[in-house]
Design a protein around this ligand. Structure first.
Ligand code: FAD
Ligand code: NAI
Length: 479
């Protein structure tokens, strides 16, 4: 007999595993199916985020930042290092250990919450009565029946047309996170989040990094005052970023052990150029992943981008089928996927699961870090909203000076009449942590004056947030 569950979750990335755990916490019987394999063909729970995304990229960002500090910045503190060497194999090994700790942690959480895990590909199958069941394609093929299904099958890297990833010379995020040696010349197509984070990793380790970006504006979705500050910092560090380019033919050549990639491109002035590199990372966005679900066979509606169509509560076109995370509309972020997964589980239990899409933070983990929540100044202008702006530079913050990292600023935008905070944009040290206070403030619909009146520890980077709030009312104290 088919195994019966209250809820079947397909995909154990942040969207799926959080949905499974929350549904189990709420008393439902839950199965979660995931097909990701580790190097020994065993399960590797956590999806893109844990295996080839958030976690390994942050591990390498930390390792490479440590190397960069030892190479260039410790001397400022009177610490000299001689004979500094780099062991890329060990660095990658540490990253793999961090990934495995996360894989195992999710498996442990499944056991703790009595979520039944199935390793294999899950797909919809029509049943004779016009319903459907979920087939798990694995060593022991199984069929599961669920009262409710949550699809959380994530996304995959978008390839350039006619240039598939070979993960040797033309790399997606997967290959880019496991290069066994530092390439002398590294090219990247796309200066979005992955381009900047992974470009930074390999630049810090010694690569000459060139990034080709199609748009004429650097980080067009980011508040432009912040993006300009970040651009200056990246260029100063040695990242070569060409904007407004058109990428043409990409050729790979291999002669014995020598291999390289040649990219024909046209610059913003329309002049033909060639970029020759040892490896090329293509980071031009990601596509929703419904391959293998057999979604169309059961009539699950997809949009023109291939994303599963959902309403604002994550209901799909099929009764009893929900979808969350990268496979649906909205930002492709792990914490957005998690929030949706939890909210759907709570809705299944009759609760009011809720995701506030206006307060989802973004972070780019470069150095300086870039983080924001809410609307940018260009969005407010386009909407004709009257706003006030306050900025405070880290140059005037005591903790930033003590850290030796005074790049960037905090910028706060508030409604001109009510003073409600509409957006906060940060470029600078630990922006990823500083943004949390601003998310809380916006979730509680705080005014800039609320932040300005709250006592912040001294010396701390968070004082820059308070000072930006004071600056909204033209009364910054330390600048
Ligand atoms: P995924 O994490 O993609 O998980 C989907 C899972 O479903 C996978 O395990 C897949 O194998 C499985 N699956 C798919 N189809 C089937 C099927 N038919 N049967 C069984 N299993 C199936 N986001 C952040 O918020 N912060 C970051 O710092 C960050 N860094 C990133 C760095 C990189 C290099 C990349 C590529 C992404 C990064 N992201 C980051 C984005 C983040 O990884 C995604 O938003 C997040 O993983 C989406 O979660 P998800 O659960 O929707 O899907
Ligand atoms: P992205 O959307 O951030 O950036 C892609 C860039 O490529 C854009 O600037 C785009 O204009 C450019 N581009 C597109 N086609 C091009 C072409 N043909 N030639 C040149 N440039 C081209 O996508 P990215 O960097 O691939 O990352 C995918 C997603 O993964 C992100 O949007 C984000 O949702 C998630 N992510 C999140 C991270 C975080 O939260 N820190 C880290 C990494 C990824």
């Amino acid at each position: 007999m088919n195994k019966q569950f209250d809820v079947i979750v397909i995909g154990a990335g942040p969207g799926g595993y959080m949905a499974a755990i929350r549904a189990a916490q709420l008393g439902m019987s839950v199965a979660c199916i995931d097909e990701w394999k580790n190097s020994k063909d065993g399960p590797a729970l956590g999806g893109t985020c844990t295996n080839v995304g958030c976690i390994p990229s942050k591990a390498l960002l930390q390792s490479s930042e440590n190397f960069d500090h030892a190479s260039h910045h410790l001397a400022d503190h009177g610490i000299s290092v001689s004979g500094l060497t780099l062991d890329v194999t060990k660095m990658l090994g540490r990253k793999d250990t961090v990934v495995k700790q996360n894989n195992d942690g999710i498996l442990y959480l499944f056991k703790k919450n009595k979520v039944s895990f199935f390793h294999g590909r899950g797909s919809f199958v029509r049943t004779v009565d016009g319903g459907y069941e979920i087939k798990v394609a694995s060593a022991a093929e199984e069929a599961l029946v669920g009262k409710q299904i949550i699809v959380a099958t994530g996304s995959t890297a978008r390839a350039l047309p006619g240039t598939p990833f070979d993960e040797e010379l033309i790399l997606s995020n997967d290959g880019a996170l496991r290069m066994g040696a530092v390439p002398k010349r590294l090219g990247l197509i796309g200066s979005g989040v992955i381009g900047l984070e992974l470009g930074s990793v390999w630049r810090r380790l010694g690569s000459e990094v060139s990034i080709l970006e199609a748009l004429p504006t650097f980080l067009g979705a980011v508040d432009q005052q912040i993006a300009k500050e970040a651009y200056k910092a990246f260029v100063k560090q040695g990242l070569k970023i060409e904007l407004g380019v058109q990428v043409g033919e990409i050729r790979t050549t291999k002669k014995g052990k020598e291999a390289q990639v040649s990219v024909a491109w046209t610059n913003a002035k329309g002049e033909g150029q060639t970029l020759e590199v040892d490896k090329l990372i293509v980071s031009i966005g990601r596509v929703p992943n419904t391959i293998g679900l057999d979604a169309l066979a059961v009539g699950l509606k997809l949009d023109e981008r291939g994303a599963i169509v959902v309403d604002e509560d994550c209901r799909t076109s099929l009764p009893g089928v929900w979808a969350v995370g990268d496979v649906v509309r909205g930002p492709m972020l792990a914490h957005k996927a998690e929030e949706e997964g939890v909210a759907v589980a709570e809705r299944l239990a009759g609760q009011h699961g809720h995701v506030n899409f206006n307060t989802i933070p973004w972070v780019i983990y470069t150095s300086p870090e870039i983080a924001w929540v809410g609307q940018t100044e260009q969005q407010l202008k386009a909407a004709g909203r009257a706003y006030k702006s306050g900025t405070f530079p880290f140059l005037a913050n005591g903790r930033a000076r003590a850290l030796g990292d005074t790049t960037g600023m905090v910028k706060m935008l508030a409604d001109a009449a009510s003073d409600e905070i509409l957006g906060v944009h940060i470029v600078g040290p630990m922006a990823s942590e500083l943004i949390a206070e601003c998310v809380v403030a916006m979730a509680f619909r705080a005014s800039s004056e609320d932040i300005a009146r709250i006592c912040h520890a001294h010396p701390s980077l968070s004082e820059a947030t308070k000072e930006a709030a004071l600056a909204v009312a033209q009364r910054a104290l330390n600048f």
